[in-house]
Design a binder for this molecule. Structure first.
Ligand code: ADP
Length: 274
């Protein structure tokens, strides 16, 4: 009787263990597949501009008698070179946000400064499209995190808002403090009046290299990595990024991140120096 009772108690435990191992294996396989896809994507993305550069340089050599053609080809070479530089830079950024613990050198980061930087980064592009940029609610708000990573995240959202909007529209950045059970959060919402994102694409735009319209993304120098970077930065700061969108009307990307003071209180003891 006793032995039976014991084995009855052990058996479910054993099958749970087997189940866990199987789940582990499946997860390991999934990670491996994702890694393989990523390498394949990177290779493809690198090959495209390199191939174009190679063809264009041949074209330049063949057109030495025609200065106008040379100039045209050289211009396109410059575009491809810029594309390559952007891609390499975003790959470096992505690997940084994936590998570095952002909270190792966390500090209070002023939201108004982050917003001003993000707007500055897009000023030229917005200017040529006559897009108005407006920010509000940022005064006195501070985030707790890695300055460079937070700047990259917000910069990407504002850049996208400008890139995926028609001329003479408006991009708004609104910040506010929201009370949450685990401590106050700062919400930063970037709203555009652009092309919007369909329900089906909404879930996928945060994936690495996923673009709704690859040609359009490339035309604006997009790499398909921006939102993957944003998502990583949000997650590693114990925050999140969400999207609301209405096709043809516009989109709002919202970052929710820990506030400086609250984060420090929560972490008192382990993250406070000294
Ligand atoms: P990309 O470098 O292509 O902009 P992202 O990762 O930043 O890459 O975005 C992925 C895709 O999500 C974009 O190619 C675009 O199709 C879509 N997207 C991102 N932001 C917006 C936006 N504000 N409005 C409409 N579509 C967007």
């Amino acid at each position: 009787g006793e032995a039976l009772a014991v084995s009855a108690r052990v058996a479910p435990l054993g099958s749970r263990l087997v189940l866990l191992l199987v789940e582990d294996l499946t997860e390991a396989r999934r990670i491996e597949a994702v890694r393989r896809d990523f390498v394949a994507n990177v290779s493809h993305e690198l090959k495209t501009p390199v191939g174009a550069l190679s063809l264009l340089s041949e074209a330049v050599m063949g057109a030495s008698e025609d200065p106008e053609a040379v100039e045209r080809f050289a211009g396109r070479m410059q575009i491809e070179a810029t594309r390559l530089t952007n891609l390499v830079q975003e790959l470096i950024d992505l690997s940084r946000v994936q590998n570095d613990d952002p909270l190792e050198d966390a500090e209070p980061v002023r939201v108004d400064e982050l917003v001003a930087e993000a707007i500055d980064r897009c000023r030229h592009q917005a200017g040529t499209k006559q897009i108005t940029m407006a920010a509000g609610g940022t005064a006195d708000l501070r985030l707790w995190g890695n300055r460079g990573q937070l700047a990259a995240a917000l910069g990407n959202l504002v850049e996208n808002a400008v890139n995926y909007s028609p001329a003479r529209t408006r991009v708004g950045i609104a910040a506010r403090r929201v009370t949450a059970p685990g401590g106050d959060l700062i919400e930063i919402a970037v709203t555009d009046q652009g092309i919007g994102i369909s329900e089906k694409d909404k879930e996928r735009v945060f994936e690495r290299f996923y673009r709704v319209d690859p040609a359009r993304s490339r035309a604006t120098g997009g790499t398909g990595l921006g939102l993957a970077i944003v998502k990583h930065v949000a997650a590693s700061h114990s925050g999140e990024v969400t999207v609301w969108s209405s096709e043809g009307q516009g989109s709002t990307f919202t970052l929710r991140l820990p506030e400086a003071v609250a984060a420090r209180d929560r972490a008192s003891g382990d993250r406070t120096p000294g």
